[in-house]
Design a protein around this ligand. Sequence first.
Ligand code: COA
Length: 186
Amino acid sequence: MGSQPVSLAFREATPEDIPLLLPLIKRAYRGSASRAGWTTEADLVADDRIDAAGLLTKISQPTGAVLVATDTSSGSFVSCCEVLHHPGSNAAYFGLFAVDPLLQGGGIGKTVLAFAEGYAREKWGVERMEMTVIWTREELIAWYGRRGYVKTGERREFPYAELVNGKALRDDLWFEVLEKDLVAAA
Ligand SMILES: CC(C)(COP(=O)(O)OP(=O)(O)OC[C@H]1O[C@@H](n2cnc3c(N)ncnc32)[C@H](O)[C@@H]1OP(=O)(O)O)[C@@H](O)C(=O)NCCC(=O)NCCS
Protein backbone atom coordinates (compact mmCIF):
# COMPACT_ATOMS: atom_id res chain seq x y z
CA MET A 1 0.00 0.00 0.00
CA GLY A 2 1.09 3.60 -0.54
CA SER A 3 3.69 5.15 1.70
CA GLN A 4 4.98 8.10 -0.36
CA PRO A 5 2.64 11.11 -0.45
CA VAL A 6 1.30 11.65 -3.97
CA SER A 7 0.67 15.14 -5.32
CA LEU A 8 -2.73 15.14 -7.03
CA ALA A 9 -4.27 17.13 -9.88
CA PHE A 10 -8.05 16.99 -10.39
CA ARG A 11 -10.16 17.37 -13.50
CA GLU A 12 -13.44 16.25 -15.01
CA ALA A 13 -13.11 13.05 -17.06
CA THR A 14 -13.76 13.06 -20.79
CA PRO A 15 -14.70 10.12 -23.05
CA GLU A 16 -11.01 9.81 -24.05
CA ASP A 17 -10.22 8.80 -20.44
CA ILE A 18 -12.42 5.70 -20.54
CA PRO A 19 -9.67 3.21 -21.58
CA LEU A 20 -7.58 4.22 -18.54
CA LEU A 21 -10.45 4.63 -16.09
CA LEU A 22 -12.07 1.22 -16.67
CA PRO A 23 -9.04 -0.82 -15.50
CA LEU A 24 -8.48 1.51 -12.54
CA ILE A 25 -12.06 0.99 -11.37
CA LYS A 26 -11.97 -2.77 -11.88
CA ARG A 27 -8.61 -3.12 -10.09
CA ALA A 28 -9.95 -1.20 -7.10
CA TYR A 29 -13.27 -3.04 -6.74
CA ARG A 30 -12.99 -6.52 -8.11
CA GLY A 31 -10.82 -9.60 -8.45
CA SER A 32 -7.41 -10.51 -7.10
CA ALA A 33 -5.81 -7.13 -7.96
CA SER A 34 -8.21 -5.41 -5.56
CA ARG A 35 -6.91 -7.51 -2.66
CA ALA A 36 -3.76 -5.36 -2.64
CA GLY A 37 -5.96 -2.62 -1.17
CA TRP A 38 -7.48 -2.61 2.32
CA THR A 39 -11.11 -2.85 1.26
CA THR A 40 -12.58 -4.62 -1.76
CA GLU A 41 -15.74 -6.20 -3.14
CA ALA A 42 -13.83 -9.25 -4.45
CA ASP A 43 -15.67 -11.62 -2.10
CA LEU A 44 -19.06 -10.10 -2.89
CA VAL A 45 -19.27 -9.59 -6.64
CA ALA A 46 -17.36 -11.09 -9.60
CA ASP A 47 -18.06 -8.78 -12.52
CA ASP A 48 -16.47 -5.76 -14.25
CA ARG A 49 -18.23 -3.15 -12.00
CA ILE A 50 -18.93 -0.92 -15.05
CA ASP A 51 -18.39 -1.06 -18.82
CA ALA A 52 -17.43 1.60 -21.36
CA ALA A 53 -21.05 2.45 -22.18
CA GLY A 54 -21.96 2.86 -18.51
CA LEU A 55 -18.93 5.03 -17.87
CA LEU A 56 -19.66 7.17 -20.93
CA THR A 57 -23.17 7.76 -19.59
CA LYS A 58 -21.76 8.96 -16.27
CA ILE A 59 -19.13 11.16 -17.95
CA SER A 60 -21.77 12.71 -20.21
CA GLN A 61 -24.49 13.31 -17.65
CA PRO A 62 -25.49 16.98 -17.78
CA THR A 63 -25.92 17.31 -14.02
CA GLY A 64 -22.91 15.32 -12.94
CA ALA A 65 -19.28 14.48 -13.59
CA VAL A 66 -16.70 11.79 -13.20
CA LEU A 67 -13.71 13.37 -11.45
CA VAL A 68 -10.21 12.05 -12.10
CA ALA A 69 -7.17 12.49 -9.87
CA THR A 70 -3.80 12.14 -11.53
CA ASP A 71 -0.32 11.97 -10.02
CA THR A 72 1.25 15.31 -10.97
CA SER A 73 4.72 13.80 -11.31
CA SER A 74 3.84 10.83 -13.56
CA GLY A 75 0.49 11.89 -15.00
CA SER A 76 -0.93 8.45 -14.18
CA PHE A 77 -4.51 7.99 -13.01
CA VAL A 78 -4.61 7.26 -9.30
CA SER A 79 -8.27 7.79 -8.38
CA CYS A 80 -11.73 8.65 -9.66
CA CYS A 81 -15.25 9.22 -8.41
CA GLU A 82 -18.65 10.23 -9.67
CA VAL A 83 -20.69 13.19 -8.41
CA LEU A 84 -24.28 13.62 -9.50
CA HIS A 85 -26.87 16.26 -8.72
CA HIS A 86 -30.58 15.65 -9.07
CA PRO A 87 -31.95 19.07 -10.04
CA GLY A 88 -34.29 20.42 -7.40
CA SER A 89 -32.60 18.44 -4.65
CA ASN A 90 -30.24 19.90 -2.06
CA ALA A 91 -28.14 16.73 -2.12
CA ALA A 92 -25.55 15.32 -4.50
CA TYR A 93 -24.71 11.65 -4.94
CA PHE A 94 -21.11 10.36 -4.62
CA GLY A 95 -20.10 7.05 -6.16
CA LEU A 96 -17.72 5.06 -8.35
CA PHE A 97 -15.00 5.87 -5.84
CA ALA A 98 -11.74 4.11 -6.62
CA VAL A 99 -8.09 4.50 -5.59
CA ASP A 100 -5.39 2.38 -7.24
CA PRO A 101 -5.03 -0.57 -4.80
CA LEU A 102 -1.24 -0.19 -4.76
CA LEU A 103 -1.61 3.41 -3.54
CA GLN A 104 -4.37 2.94 -0.97
CA GLY A 105 -3.88 3.79 2.69
CA GLY A 106 -1.76 6.88 1.95
CA GLY A 107 -4.47 9.55 2.23
CA ILE A 108 -5.51 9.77 -1.44
CA GLY A 109 -9.08 8.62 -0.74
CA LYS A 110 -9.58 11.29 1.93
CA THR A 111 -8.29 14.00 -0.40
CA VAL A 112 -10.49 12.88 -3.30
CA LEU A 113 -13.61 12.68 -1.13
CA ALA A 114 -12.98 16.18 0.25
CA PHE A 115 -12.42 17.52 -3.28
CA ALA A 116 -15.69 15.94 -4.48
CA GLU A 117 -17.60 17.47 -1.57
CA GLY A 118 -16.18 20.93 -2.37
CA TYR A 119 -16.93 20.45 -6.08
CA ALA A 120 -20.58 19.59 -5.35
CA ARG A 121 -21.02 22.50 -2.93
CA GLU A 122 -19.55 25.02 -5.35
CA LYS A 123 -21.14 23.70 -8.53
CA TRP A 124 -24.68 23.04 -7.31
CA GLY A 125 -24.90 24.69 -3.91
CA VAL A 126 -25.90 21.39 -2.33
CA GLU A 127 -26.07 21.01 1.44
CA ARG A 128 -25.78 17.23 1.67
CA MET A 129 -23.75 14.45 0.06
CA GLU A 130 -25.28 11.00 -0.21
CA MET A 131 -23.80 7.63 -1.10
CA THR A 132 -24.58 3.94 -0.93
CA VAL A 133 -22.37 1.18 0.49
CA ILE A 134 -22.98 -2.58 0.56
CA TRP A 135 -24.11 -3.36 4.12
CA THR A 136 -21.40 -5.97 4.79
CA ARG A 137 -18.52 -3.50 4.33
CA GLU A 138 -18.15 -2.48 7.94
CA GLU A 139 -14.56 -1.26 7.59
CA LEU A 140 -15.58 1.07 4.76
CA ILE A 141 -18.71 2.32 6.55
CA ALA A 142 -16.45 3.09 9.54
CA TRP A 143 -14.07 4.97 7.21
CA TYR A 144 -16.94 7.11 5.91
CA GLY A 145 -18.08 7.61 9.50
CA ARG A 146 -14.70 9.14 10.33
CA ARG A 147 -15.26 11.53 7.39
CA GLY A 148 -18.63 12.67 8.82
CA TYR A 149 -21.06 10.29 7.06
CA VAL A 150 -23.93 8.69 8.97
CA LYS A 151 -26.38 5.93 8.10
CA THR A 152 -29.78 7.35 7.16
CA GLY A 153 -31.52 4.03 7.87
CA GLU A 154 -32.66 3.81 4.25
CA ARG A 155 -31.87 0.61 2.37
CA ARG A 156 -31.61 0.35 -1.41
CA GLU A 157 -31.73 -2.74 -3.58
CA PHE A 158 -28.55 -4.27 -4.97
CA PRO A 159 -28.71 -4.30 -8.81
CA TYR A 160 -28.43 -8.08 -9.28
CA ALA A 161 -29.96 -7.83 -12.78
CA GLU A 162 -27.54 -5.15 -13.99
CA LEU A 163 -24.13 -6.66 -13.24
CA VAL A 164 -21.53 -6.32 -16.01
CA ASN A 165 -19.98 -9.52 -17.38
CA GLY A 166 -20.29 -11.46 -14.17
CA LYS A 167 -22.35 -12.34 -11.14
CA ALA A 168 -22.83 -11.67 -7.47
CA LEU A 169 -21.20 -14.12 -5.06
CA ARG A 170 -23.90 -13.66 -2.40
CA ASP A 171 -27.66 -13.34 -2.56
CA ASP A 172 -28.11 -11.17 0.53
CA LEU A 173 -26.62 -7.88 -0.69
CA TRP A 174 -28.28 -4.48 -0.32
CA PHE A 175 -27.05 -0.93 0.11
CA GLU A 176 -26.90 1.19 3.22
CA VAL A 177 -27.52 4.86 2.41
CA LEU A 178 -25.02 7.22 4.08
CA GLU A 179 -25.11 10.99 4.07
CA LYS A 180 -23.14 13.96 5.30
CA ASP A 181 -24.32 17.47 6.16
CA LEU A 182 -21.85 19.53 4.14
CA VAL A 183 -22.97 22.83 5.66
CA ALA A 184 -22.39 21.69 9.22
CA ALA A 185 -19.03 20.24 8.20
CA ALA A 186 -17.83 23.42 6.44
C1 COA B 1 -12.28 3.34 -0.24
C2 COA B 1 -11.04 3.87 -0.93
C3 COA B 1 -11.45 4.81 -2.05
C4 COA B 1 -10.22 4.65 0.13
O1 COA B 1 -9.04 5.15 -0.47
P1 COA B 1 -7.63 5.22 0.32
O2 COA B 1 -6.71 6.01 -0.53
O3 COA B 1 -7.20 3.87 0.75
O4 COA B 1 -8.08 6.05 1.60
P2 COA B 1 -7.12 6.86 2.59
O5 COA B 1 -5.71 6.45 2.39
O6 COA B 1 -7.45 8.30 2.48
O7 COA B 1 -7.63 6.37 3.97
C5 COA B 1 -6.93 5.38 4.65
C6 COA B 1 -7.79 4.96 5.79
O8 COA B 1 -7.95 3.56 5.69
C7 COA B 1 -7.77 2.99 6.95
N1 COA B 1 -7.28 1.64 6.78
C8 COA B 1 -6.11 1.28 6.23
N2 COA B 1 -6.00 -0.05 6.29
C9 COA B 1 -7.13 -0.52 6.86
C10 COA B 1 -7.60 -1.82 7.21
N3 COA B 1 -6.88 -2.90 6.95
N4 COA B 1 -8.82 -1.91 7.77
C11 COA B 1 -9.56 -0.81 8.02
N5 COA B 1 -9.16 0.44 7.71
C12 COA B 1 -7.96 0.57 7.15
C13 COA B 1 -6.82 3.90 7.64
O9 COA B 1 -6.97 3.78 9.01
C14 COA B 1 -7.26 5.27 7.13
O10 COA B 1 -8.37 5.76 7.84
P3 COA B 1 -8.23 6.89 8.99
O11 COA B 1 -7.33 7.95 8.50
O12 COA B 1 -9.64 7.35 9.22
O13 COA B 1 -7.68 6.16 10.16
C15 COA B 1 -10.16 2.74 -1.49
O14 COA B 1 -9.87 1.84 -0.46
C16 COA B 1 -10.79 1.96 -2.65
O15 COA B 1 -10.64 2.31 -3.81
N6 COA B 1 -11.48 0.83 -2.32
C17 COA B 1 -12.05 -0.07 -3.35
C18 COA B 1 -13.26 0.54 -4.02
C19 COA B 1 -14.33 0.92 -3.02
O16 COA B 1 -14.63 0.17 -2.11
N7 COA B 1 -14.90 2.13 -3.20
C20 COA B 1 -15.93 2.67 -2.31
C21 COA B 1 -17.25 2.05 -2.59
S1 COA B 1 -18.56 2.81 -1.65
